[in-house]
Design a protein around this ligand. Structure first.
Ligand SMILES: NC(=O)c1ccc[n+]([C@@H]2O[C@H](COP(=O)([O-])OP(=O)(O)OC[C@H]3O[C@@H](n4cnc5c(N)ncnc54)[C@H](OP(=O)(O)O)[C@@H]3O)[C@@H](O)[C@H]2O)c1
Length: 226
C-alpha cells in the first residue's frame, strides 16, 4: 500500500474537483453521497486530504507572497472548522515571482511545524521545480496529469524526478490515481483494481497510437509545467 504523510492510503484516491469546480456542480447531497461511498469502498481507512490553494482571489493568479500564502492556508484551514487537519497543502501552480525557499520556509515554520497541516506537496510542476523544491523542504507528493490522453510526465522527466527526488530511487515513483466522479456508480467503478494482460495493453496502445486528442491539456491562459 502506498503511504502519504506517513499514513497508509489506498491504491486509488478520489479527485473532488468535479464536486464544485464546474458551471453546474452536483447538489451537496449528491457530493456527500459520492464521498461517503468512496470512504466505504475502501479508498483509505482514514481520509488523507490534499488540497490546492495559493490563488489571489482578486487577480485569480498564483500569488506566493507571504500575505497571500497565509491567507490561503488560513481560509482553507478555517473551512474545515477544526474537524480534520489538512494533510497536504500545495500551490496549484508555482509562482515565478517568489523564491521557493520564501514560500516553503513560511509554510514549514508557521504551519507544518506548528501542526496546522501535515506537509507540503507540489502541483503542475516541471522536473526542475521538483529538484529545486526538495532542496528547500520535504516534498511529500507531486500532483500532475497522467492519463491515457496525456502521458507527458512519463517522457518529460517529471516521473523520473519524482522517483529520484522524493523516493531517492531510480525508475517509476509510486503513483496514486485520483479519478474524479460525481456519482456513486462511477466512483465504485473507478475504485476497482483490475489486472490488464499484455494483449489488452497492446490493444490499448494500438488505439492510442491512432487517437489524436483535440486541443491541448489547458487553454493557453492557464500556466502549465510551472
Ligand atoms: N493539480 C492540478 O492542477 C489539477 C488539475 C486538474 C485536476 N486535478 C485533480 O485531478 C482530479 C481528476 O481530474 P479530472 O479532470 O479527471 O476530474 P473531473 O473533472 O472529475 O473529470 C472526470 C470526468 O470523467 C467522468 N467520469 C468519471 N468516472 C467515470 C466513469 N466510470 N465512466 C465514465 N465517465 C466517468 C466524470 O463525470 P461526472 O463528474 O459527471 O461523474 C467527469 O466528467 C480532480 O478531481 C482534481 O482533484 C488536479
Amino acid at each position: 500500500m502506498p503511504q502519504l504523510v506517513g499514513k497508509e492510503v489506498g491504491p486509488i484516491g478520489f479527485g473532488l474537483m468535479g464536486l464544485t469546480w464546474r458551471p453546474t456542480p452536483p447538489t451537496q447531497e449528491q457530493a456527500f453521497e459520492a464521498m461517503r461511498a468512496a470512504i466505504k469502498h475502501g479508498y483509505a481507512d482514514k481520509v488523507v486530504i490534499s488540497i490546492k490553494g495559493g490563488a489571489n482571489p482578486k487577480t485569480h493568479q498564483t500569488d506566493a507572497s507571504p500575505e497571500n500564502t497565509r491567507r490561503s492556508l488560513n481560509d482553507s484551514i478555517a473551512q474545515l472548522k477544526g474537524r480534520k487537519m489538512i494533510d497536504l497543502f500545495e500551490f496549484g501552480r508555482r509562482d515565478p515571482n517568489v523564491p521557493l525557499d520564501t514560500t516553503f520556509g513560511l509554510i514549514d515554520r508557521e504551519y507544518v511545524q506548528t501542526g496546522k497541516i501535515g506537509g507540503i506537496s507540489l502541483s503542475e510542476v516541471r522536473a526542475e521545480t521538483i529538484h529545486e523544491a526538495v532542496k528547500h523542504t520535504k516534498v511529500l507528493a507531486v500532483e500532475v496529469e497522467l492519463s491515457l490522453f496525456s502521458t507527458d510526465v512519463l517522457e518529460n522527466g517529471v516521473a523520473t524526478a519524482c522517483a529520484k527526488a522524493l523516493s531517492r530511487r531510480p525508475g517509476m515513483p509510486a503513483i496514486i490515481p485520483i479519478p474524479g466522479a460525481t456519482t456513486v456508480d462511477r466512483m465504485e467503478e473507478n475504485s476497482k483494481l483490475i489486472d490488464i494482460t499484455d494483449a489488452e495493453m497492446e490493444q490499448i496502445d494500438a488505439i492510442l497510437s491512432k487517437f489524436q486528442p483535440a486541443g491541448e491539456r489547458y487553454p493557453p491562459i492557464i500556466p502549465t509545467d510551472t
